[in-house]
Design a protein around this ligand. Structure first.
Ligand SMILES: O=C(O)c1cc(=O)[nH]c(=O)n1[C@@H]1O[C@H](COP(=O)(O)O)[C@@H](O)[C@H]1O
Length: 231
């Protein structure tokens, strides 16, 4: 039993029944749940509400990236829904991130954690150059994370490979949420910048986003318990 479960399971399912039957095996003391674009586009806020009603903390992962006014309204809608964490893209810039942080102020301690995606864990350093970014992945992530912190956000999504650098540069209170987690021997799939759960926590990750290594396991519950035991 944990008071602050570190594992955020990515519920990347294409039908609600499968997702709900998967969730019925889980306990809110063992994990939190992440609802992303696939599930949300099909089943929407009612689905998120059901998970919250079952006692789970929900990370609404819609990676908002739009003009400041639109993103501010979207994060306020997420707060109204009662989610625990919501994210935006740091690439939307400081005015967008500040507007999002400002929109959550009226919610006080009921506001969701607001975090910014830096560089997707599916991307390799070489792909930055295609977008005109000539600095290293570490420099790029650190610079976007600094911008997020200066804009009043609670933390960032990054790869665990950048976690120790970010913790030492930005302080231990600034939350690091790390996808691209792969237990030893599991398939990387489309992820590139990966680490094992234990390595990620040792490097400074506060929360681990894990999808397929749990959802596609023969026994998802056993996979979750095994991962929690390594942390
Ligand atoms: O914001 C995210 O959660 C996210 C950011 C990122 O850089 N990389 C990333 O994989 N994710 C999400 O984390 C989950 C990872 O799933 P698996 O690769 O199946 O473990 C997916 O739902 C992604 O949408």
């Amino acid at each position: 039993m944990q008071n602050d479960p570190k594992v955020l399971i990515a519920l990347d399912f294409n039908d609600a029944e499968t997702a709900l039957s998967f969730v019925s095996e889980l306990d809110a003391s063992q994990c939190r749940l992440k609802v992303g674009k696939e599930l949300f586009t099909s089943f929407g806020p009612q689905f998120v509400q059901r998970l919250i009603d079952q006692g789970f903390d929900v990370f609404l992962d819609l990676k908002f990236h739009d003009i400041p006014n639109t993103v501010a309204k979207a994060v306020a809608a997420a707060a109204d829904l009662g989610v625990w964490m919501v994210n935006v893209h740091a690439g939307g810039g400081s005015r967008m991130m500040k507007a999002a942080a400002e929109a959550l102020k009226p919610y006080g301690d009921k506001a969701p954690l607001l975090i910014a995606v830096t560089m997707l864990t599916s991307m390799e350093e070489g792909e930055l150059a295609e977008m005109g970014v000539t600095r290293s992945a570490e420099e790029h992530v650190l610079s976007l994370a600094r911008l997020a912190q200066a804009s009043g956000l609670d933390g960032v999504v990054c790869s665990a490979r950048e976690a120790s650098l970010l913790k030492s540069e930005l302080g231990k209170e600034f939350k690091l949420v790390t996808p691209g987690i792969r237990p030893a021997g599991s398939d990387k799939g489309d992820q590139k910048r990966v680490m094992t759960p234990a390595e990620a926590v040792a490097a400074g990750s506060d929360y681990l986003v894990i999808g397929r290594p749990i959802t596609q396991a023969d026994s998802p519950l056993q996979a979750l318990v095994a991962i929690n035991a390594t942390l």
